[in-house]
Design a binder for this molecule. Structure first.
Ligand code: ADP
Ligand code: MG
Length: 301
Protein backbone atom coordinates (compact mmCIF):
# COMPACT_ATOMS: atom_id res chain seq x y z
CA UNK A 1 0.00 0.00 0.00
CA UNK A 2 0.93 3.60 -0.33
CA UNK A 3 0.60 5.34 3.02
CA UNK A 4 0.89 9.04 3.86
CA UNK A 5 1.70 10.20 7.37
CA UNK A 6 0.56 13.72 8.13
CA UNK A 7 3.13 14.95 10.61
CA UNK A 8 4.94 18.23 11.04
CA UNK A 9 8.14 16.59 12.16
CA UNK A 10 9.57 13.37 10.67
CA UNK A 11 12.06 13.16 13.55
CA UNK A 12 9.41 12.63 16.22
CA UNK A 13 9.51 9.19 17.83
CA UNK A 14 5.90 8.37 16.85
CA UNK A 15 6.42 9.40 13.23
CA UNK A 16 9.69 7.50 12.94
CA UNK A 17 8.15 4.35 14.39
CA UNK A 18 5.17 4.48 12.04
CA UNK A 19 7.48 4.92 9.03
CA UNK A 20 9.62 2.03 10.24
CA UNK A 21 6.62 -0.25 10.87
CA UNK A 22 5.13 0.53 7.45
CA UNK A 23 8.44 -0.15 5.66
CA UNK A 24 8.92 -3.38 7.58
CA UNK A 25 5.62 -4.54 6.17
CA UNK A 26 6.69 -3.52 2.68
CA UNK A 27 4.48 -0.50 2.26
CA UNK A 28 5.49 2.68 0.52
CA UNK A 29 5.33 5.50 3.02
CA UNK A 30 5.72 9.28 2.87
CA UNK A 31 5.67 11.84 5.63
CA UNK A 32 3.90 15.08 4.69
CA UNK A 33 4.04 18.31 6.65
CA UNK A 34 0.36 19.14 6.91
CA UNK A 35 1.03 22.90 6.76
CA UNK A 36 2.79 22.50 3.41
CA UNK A 37 -0.23 20.77 1.84
CA UNK A 38 -2.58 22.99 -0.12
CA UNK A 39 -5.82 22.13 -1.74
CA UNK A 40 -7.95 22.55 -4.74
CA UNK A 41 -11.57 22.58 -3.69
CA UNK A 42 -13.54 21.87 -6.83
CA UNK A 43 -16.72 19.88 -7.13
CA UNK A 44 -15.51 17.03 -9.27
CA UNK A 45 -11.85 16.48 -8.66
CA UNK A 46 -10.66 17.56 -5.24
CA UNK A 47 -6.86 17.38 -5.06
CA UNK A 48 -3.93 18.08 -2.81
CA UNK A 49 -0.66 19.67 -3.75
CA UNK A 50 2.53 19.35 -1.74
CA UNK A 51 5.61 21.51 -2.16
CA UNK A 52 4.61 22.53 -5.66
CA UNK A 53 3.57 19.11 -6.84
CA UNK A 54 0.29 17.44 -7.48
CA UNK A 55 -0.15 14.44 -5.31
CA UNK A 56 -0.07 10.90 -6.42
CA UNK A 57 -2.81 8.77 -4.99
CA UNK A 58 -2.43 7.29 -1.50
CA UNK A 59 -4.34 4.28 -0.19
CA UNK A 60 -4.34 5.39 3.42
CA UNK A 61 -3.43 8.42 5.50
CA UNK A 62 -2.29 8.45 9.12
CA UNK A 63 -3.07 11.82 10.69
CA UNK A 64 -0.70 12.94 13.45
CA UNK A 65 -2.11 16.41 13.80
CA UNK A 66 -0.76 18.56 16.62
CA UNK A 67 -3.13 20.55 18.83
CA UNK A 68 -1.82 23.85 17.44
CA UNK A 69 -2.80 22.98 13.84
CA UNK A 70 -6.12 21.20 14.42
CA UNK A 71 -8.17 23.43 12.16
CA UNK A 72 -5.93 23.41 9.09
CA UNK A 73 -4.82 19.85 9.73
CA UNK A 74 -8.36 18.48 9.79
CA UNK A 75 -9.18 20.46 6.63
CA UNK A 76 -6.30 18.75 4.79
CA UNK A 77 -7.41 15.38 6.15
CA UNK A 78 -10.99 16.07 5.02
CA UNK A 79 -9.64 16.70 1.55
CA UNK A 80 -7.92 13.30 1.57
CA UNK A 81 -11.25 11.76 2.64
CA UNK A 82 -13.07 13.51 -0.21
CA UNK A 83 -10.52 11.98 -2.56
CA UNK A 84 -11.41 8.52 -1.21
CA UNK A 85 -8.19 7.97 0.76
CA UNK A 86 -8.75 5.84 3.87
CA UNK A 87 -8.00 7.84 7.04
CA UNK A 88 -6.78 5.96 10.14
CA UNK A 89 -8.84 8.47 12.14
CA UNK A 90 -11.45 10.60 10.44
CA UNK A 91 -11.35 14.38 10.51
CA UNK A 92 -14.71 14.72 12.29
CA UNK A 93 -13.64 12.25 14.96
CA UNK A 94 -10.44 14.24 15.55
CA UNK A 95 -12.39 17.51 15.83
CA UNK A 96 -14.79 15.93 18.32
CA UNK A 97 -12.04 14.69 20.58
CA UNK A 98 -9.97 17.88 20.43
CA UNK A 99 -12.70 20.00 21.92
CA UNK A 100 -12.92 18.85 25.53
CA UNK A 101 -16.42 20.19 26.02
CA UNK A 102 -17.81 18.56 22.89
CA UNK A 103 -16.07 15.30 23.77
CA UNK A 104 -17.42 15.23 27.31
CA UNK A 105 -20.93 15.99 26.12
CA UNK A 106 -20.80 13.10 23.65
CA UNK A 107 -19.37 10.75 26.28
CA UNK A 108 -22.01 11.74 28.83
CA UNK A 109 -24.72 11.07 26.29
CA UNK A 110 -23.49 7.48 26.11
CA UNK A 111 -23.50 7.14 29.90
CA UNK A 112 -19.69 6.80 30.14
CA UNK A 113 -18.27 7.63 33.60
CA UNK A 114 -16.85 11.17 33.79
CA UNK A 115 -15.78 13.51 36.59
CA UNK A 116 -18.62 15.95 37.36
CA UNK A 117 -17.90 18.85 35.00
CA UNK A 118 -19.28 22.36 34.59
CA UNK A 119 -18.65 24.65 31.67
CA UNK A 120 -18.96 28.38 31.47
CA UNK A 121 -18.30 31.30 29.19
CA UNK A 122 -19.79 34.09 31.23
CA UNK A 123 -21.61 32.80 34.27
CA UNK A 124 -23.75 35.20 36.24
CA UNK A 125 -22.85 33.26 39.29
CA UNK A 126 -19.40 31.72 39.74
CA UNK A 127 -20.38 30.55 43.24
CA UNK A 128 -23.14 28.45 41.74
CA UNK A 129 -20.78 27.01 39.14
CA UNK A 130 -18.35 26.01 41.90
CA UNK A 131 -21.16 24.41 43.93
CA UNK A 132 -22.43 22.62 40.83
CA UNK A 133 -19.27 20.50 40.67
CA UNK A 134 -19.18 19.86 44.40
CA UNK A 135 -17.03 22.76 45.66
CA UNK A 136 -13.23 22.91 46.12
CA UNK A 137 -10.76 21.40 45.60
CA UNK A 138 -11.53 21.45 41.89
CA UNK A 139 -9.77 21.33 38.56
CA UNK A 140 -10.03 24.13 36.00
CA UNK A 141 -9.15 23.42 32.37
CA UNK A 142 -8.79 25.30 29.13
CA UNK A 143 -10.92 23.78 26.37
CA UNK A 144 -8.04 22.94 24.05
CA UNK A 145 -5.15 22.42 26.43
CA UNK A 146 -2.80 19.50 25.97
CA UNK A 147 0.14 17.79 27.70
CA UNK A 148 -1.10 19.05 31.04
CA UNK A 149 -0.71 22.71 30.15
CA UNK A 150 -3.87 24.66 30.86
CA UNK A 151 -4.95 22.38 33.71
CA UNK A 152 -5.01 23.97 37.17
CA UNK A 153 -5.88 22.58 40.61
CA UNK A 154 -7.65 25.11 42.81
CA UNK A 155 -7.57 23.88 46.39
CA UNK A 156 -9.65 26.53 48.09
CA UNK A 157 -12.83 28.37 47.30
CA UNK A 158 -11.00 31.68 46.90
CA UNK A 159 -8.37 30.17 44.61
CA UNK A 160 -11.08 28.58 42.46
CA UNK A 161 -13.02 31.81 42.24
CA UNK A 162 -10.02 33.95 41.28
CA UNK A 163 -8.69 31.49 38.68
CA UNK A 164 -12.13 31.17 37.05
CA UNK A 165 -12.58 34.96 37.11
CA UNK A 166 -9.16 35.51 35.53
CA UNK A 167 -9.80 33.11 32.65
CA UNK A 168 -13.27 34.45 31.98
CA UNK A 169 -11.90 37.99 32.21
CA UNK A 170 -9.57 37.06 29.36
CA UNK A 171 -12.61 35.75 27.45
CA UNK A 172 -11.37 32.20 27.66
CA UNK A 173 -13.98 29.51 28.24
CA UNK A 174 -13.12 26.92 30.87
CA UNK A 175 -14.21 23.57 32.19
CA UNK A 176 -14.59 23.31 35.95
CA UNK A 177 -14.26 19.76 37.18
CA UNK A 178 -14.55 17.75 40.35
CA UNK A 179 -11.07 16.83 41.60
CA UNK A 180 -10.64 13.07 41.87
CA UNK A 181 -8.34 12.97 44.89
CA UNK A 182 -8.27 9.19 45.26
CA UNK A 183 -6.55 8.89 41.85
CA UNK A 184 -3.48 10.09 43.80
CA UNK A 185 -1.87 12.01 40.95
CA UNK A 186 -2.06 9.05 38.59
CA UNK A 187 -4.12 8.04 35.61
CA UNK A 188 -4.36 5.20 33.11
CA UNK A 189 -3.48 5.65 29.47
CA UNK A 190 -5.26 2.98 27.44
CA UNK A 191 -4.20 2.58 23.84
CA UNK A 192 -7.20 1.55 21.80
CA UNK A 193 -6.90 0.15 18.28
CA UNK A 194 -10.21 -0.84 16.69
CA UNK A 195 -12.28 -2.54 19.37
CA UNK A 196 -9.40 -3.55 21.63
CA UNK A 197 -7.14 -2.04 24.26
CA UNK A 198 -3.78 -3.18 22.91
CA UNK A 199 -1.68 -1.70 25.74
CA UNK A 200 -2.21 0.17 28.98
CA UNK A 201 0.08 2.04 31.31
CA UNK A 202 -0.27 3.81 34.60
CA UNK A 203 1.20 7.28 34.72
CA UNK A 204 2.20 8.67 38.08
CA UNK A 205 2.97 12.33 38.63
CA UNK A 206 6.15 13.35 40.38
CA UNK A 207 7.20 16.17 42.64
CA UNK A 208 3.77 16.71 44.16
CA UNK A 209 2.08 17.68 40.89
CA UNK A 210 -1.45 16.30 40.44
CA UNK A 211 -0.96 15.99 36.66
CA UNK A 212 0.46 12.70 35.49
CA UNK A 213 1.33 13.74 31.90
CA UNK A 214 4.71 12.38 30.81
CA UNK A 215 5.46 15.86 29.44
CA UNK A 216 5.05 17.15 33.00
CA UNK A 217 7.56 14.64 34.36
CA UNK A 218 5.17 11.76 35.08
CA UNK A 219 6.55 8.22 35.17
CA UNK A 220 4.89 5.35 33.32
CA UNK A 221 4.69 1.66 34.02
CA UNK A 222 2.88 -1.33 32.61
CA UNK A 223 -0.39 -2.14 34.35
CA UNK A 224 -3.16 -4.69 34.13
CA UNK A 225 -6.51 -2.99 33.77
CA UNK A 226 -9.90 -4.35 34.79
CA UNK A 227 -12.52 -5.53 32.28
CA UNK A 228 -14.62 -2.49 33.22
CA UNK A 229 -11.72 -0.13 32.45
CA UNK A 230 -11.09 -1.97 29.21
CA UNK A 231 -14.68 -1.65 28.01
CA UNK A 232 -14.88 1.98 29.14
CA UNK A 233 -11.79 2.85 27.07
CA UNK A 234 -13.11 1.09 23.96
CA UNK A 235 -16.55 2.68 24.29
CA UNK A 236 -14.99 6.12 24.74
CA UNK A 237 -12.91 5.74 21.56
CA UNK A 238 -15.93 4.45 19.64
CA UNK A 239 -18.11 7.29 20.88
CA UNK A 240 -15.62 9.72 19.34
CA UNK A 241 -15.51 7.60 16.18
CA UNK A 242 -11.75 7.08 16.56
CA UNK A 243 -10.10 3.86 15.33
CA UNK A 244 -6.92 4.64 17.22
CA UNK A 245 -7.02 6.59 20.46
CA UNK A 246 -5.25 7.12 23.75
CA UNK A 247 -7.97 7.14 26.39
CA UNK A 248 -7.08 8.72 29.74
CA UNK A 249 -8.94 7.26 32.69
CA UNK A 250 -8.94 8.12 36.40
CA UNK A 251 -9.49 5.37 38.95
CA UNK A 252 -12.15 6.77 41.27
CA UNK A 253 -14.01 5.25 44.22
CA UNK A 254 -16.99 4.74 41.98
CA UNK A 255 -15.28 3.21 38.97
CA UNK A 256 -13.37 4.41 35.91
CA UNK A 257 -13.85 8.04 34.85
CA UNK A 258 -12.77 9.17 31.40
CA UNK A 259 -10.75 12.38 31.32
CA UNK A 260 -10.12 12.68 27.63
CA UNK A 261 -9.68 10.79 24.39
CA UNK A 262 -6.53 11.64 22.43
CA UNK A 263 -6.65 11.21 18.67
CA UNK A 264 -2.86 11.35 18.09
CA UNK A 265 -1.56 9.52 21.14
CA UNK A 266 2.22 9.54 21.57
CA UNK A 267 3.78 6.13 20.96
CA UNK A 268 7.04 6.48 22.87
CA UNK A 269 5.72 6.33 26.44
CA UNK A 270 3.42 3.40 25.81
CA UNK A 271 5.87 1.37 23.68
CA UNK A 272 8.67 1.82 26.19
CA UNK A 273 6.46 1.11 29.24
CA UNK A 274 4.79 -1.97 27.77
CA UNK A 275 7.33 -3.29 25.26
CA UNK A 276 4.50 -3.63 22.72
CA UNK A 277 4.89 -2.84 19.04
CA UNK A 278 2.06 -0.31 18.82
CA UNK A 279 3.24 1.20 15.52
CA UNK A 280 3.15 -2.28 13.97
CA UNK A 281 -0.36 -2.87 15.33
CA UNK A 282 -1.51 0.42 13.77
CA UNK A 283 -0.15 -0.55 10.36
CA UNK A 284 -1.81 -3.98 10.68
CA UNK A 285 -5.11 -2.29 11.45
CA UNK A 286 -4.77 -0.23 8.27
CA UNK A 287 -3.95 -3.36 6.24
CA UNK A 288 -7.15 -5.00 7.49
CA UNK A 289 -9.42 -1.99 7.12
CA UNK A 290 -8.23 0.38 4.42
CA UNK A 291 -10.43 0.37 1.34
CA UNK A 292 -10.69 3.22 -1.07
CA UNK A 293 -13.54 5.50 -0.11
CA UNK A 294 -14.14 3.67 3.16
CA UNK A 295 -14.79 6.54 5.49
CA UNK A 296 -18.02 6.97 7.34
CA UNK A 297 -18.41 10.56 6.31
CA UNK A 298 -16.20 11.05 3.24
CA UNK A 299 -15.37 14.42 4.67
CA UNK A 300 -18.98 15.50 5.06
CA UNK A 301 -18.89 16.05 8.83
P1 ADP B 1 -4.35 17.44 29.00
O1 ADP B 1 -5.12 17.43 27.74
O2 ADP B 1 -3.57 18.69 29.17
O3 ADP B 1 -3.54 16.17 29.16
P2 ADP B 1 -6.11 16.32 31.05
O4 ADP B 1 -7.55 16.62 31.23
O5 ADP B 1 -5.76 14.96 30.51
O6 ADP B 1 -5.45 17.47 30.17
O7 ADP B 1 -5.40 16.52 32.47
C1 ADP B 1 -4.01 16.37 32.68
C2 ADP B 1 -3.71 15.50 33.90
O8 ADP B 1 -4.20 16.14 35.09
C3 ADP B 1 -4.41 14.15 33.88
O9 ADP B 1 -3.63 13.19 33.19
C4 ADP B 1 -4.57 13.82 35.36
O10 ADP B 1 -3.39 13.25 35.90
C5 ADP B 1 -4.77 15.19 36.00
N1 ADP B 1 -6.21 15.50 36.13
C6 ADP B 1 -6.99 16.10 35.18
N2 ADP B 1 -8.26 16.24 35.60
C7 ADP B 1 -8.32 15.71 36.84
C8 ADP B 1 -9.38 15.57 37.81
N3 ADP B 1 -10.62 16.00 37.58
N4 ADP B 1 -9.07 14.98 39.00
C9 ADP B 1 -7.80 14.53 39.25
N5 ADP B 1 -6.77 14.67 38.40
C10 ADP B 1 -7.01 15.24 37.20
MG1 MG C 1 -4.35 14.20 29.03
Amino acid sequence: MKIAILSRNPKLYSTRRLVEAAKQRRHEVRTLDVLRCYMNITSHRPSIHYKGQHHEKFDAVIPRIGASVTSYGTAVLRQFEMMGVYPLNESVAISRSRDKLRALQLLSRKGIGLPVTGFAHKPDDIEDLIQMVGGPPLVIKLLEGTQGMGVVLAETHNAAKSVIESFLGLKVSVLVQQYIKEAGGSDLRCMVIGDKVVAAMKRQSRGGDFRSNLHRGGAARLIKITPEERSTAVRAAQTMGLNVAGVDILRSNHGPLVLEVNSSPGLEGIEVATGNDIAGAIIEFIEKNARSGKTRTRGSG
